[in-house]
Design a protein around this ligand. Sequence first.
Ligand SMILES: *[C@@H]1O[C@H](CO)[C@@H](O)[C@H](O)[C@H]1NC(C)=O
Ligand SMILES: *[C@@H]1O[C@H](CO)[C@@H](O)[C@H](O)[C@H]1NC(C)=O
Ligand SMILES: *[C@@H]1O[C@H](CO)[C@@H](O)[C@H](O)[C@H]1NC(C)=O
Length: 277
Amino acid sequence: MALLFFSFHDPKPSPSLTRPMMLLLLLPAIVAVAAAAAARIPSIGASPPLPFIVLHGISDECKHSGLTQFTQLLSEFSGASGFCIEIGNGASDSWFMPLTKQAENVCEQVKALPELQAGYNIVGLSQGNVIGRGVIEWCDEGPQVFNMVSLGGPHAGIASVPLCTVLSICALADVIMEMGGIYSTFAQNHFAPSGYMKIPTDLTAYYEGCAFLPKLNNEIPTSRNSSFKERFSKLNHLVLVKFENDTVLVPPETAWFGYFSPNATNSVLSFEEILQR
Ligand SMILES: *[C@@H]1O[C@H](CO)[C@@H](O)[C@H](O)[C@H]1NC(C)=O
Ligand SMILES: *[C@@H]1O[C@H](CO)[C@@H](O)[C@H](O)[C@H]1NC(C)=O
Ligand SMILES: *[C@@H]1O[C@H](CO)[C@@H](O)[C@H](O)[C@H]1NC(C)=O
């Protein structure tokens, strides 16, 4: 598997901007980066080009104009057909359906889409990236994923709740968080981001209670599954785009699998440094 790293110098987003709105503002630049990345992947330039699916971020929906434009522009740039895959009812399920279920949902959809049966690529936005990796690692008998382009994925976890701007969703999220904390069974079953929230000062609770990311990343030595690693390593290319001044992903380095040192919130280890420990 070839790894390509890109850093994206985004204008500092205002805290009141949600991801979908940011996406709309940054759309031309993001598509340019994604297209530049795609151009470096030989099999995307093959003819006929492999189709791709888009897995959107939290709060977003395939029918939002930013996402429709994103998929369409990417399709025009690459000459490949693109499909935005919606999970359940969209925005609300992106917050409240556990990520393992979301990955299963995508798995069923990619198995059912005739256009994807000869293989496909995944373009992930934010939370969509960890769902995409779930599909790569766990979707038994699904069509093969050849390449993945990851835009701002929380691959190594995040240390704070993603930006919440819809009041009803924020209120519900608060209630869930208060009912026993982020690693409670209740939160794990009803609040999607709890699946990749990794509190650097509470790693024991993370390993014990977090149902999604430790499994996805094979982080727990006693319960590693070599077939996850094997499937993930089968990717031809993994393109990891980091938004340098990301305020949604804490720390932004998580997009490159980097994360805070244990017990620290002020020093970040790169993926290589984490592996050496
Ligand atoms: C991103 O943050 C760095 C460090 O604070 C700063 O030097 C740079 O100008 C920022 N980039 C943009 C586009 O704001
Ligand atoms: C590992 O994952 C594969 C594929 O999902 C599954 O068939 C197998 O049972 C798992 N092995 C263990 C030990 O959990
Ligand atoms: C982090 O803090 C916990 C609790 O204070 C402690 O048990 C653990 O050894 C610390 N880990 C590191 C790597 O410093």
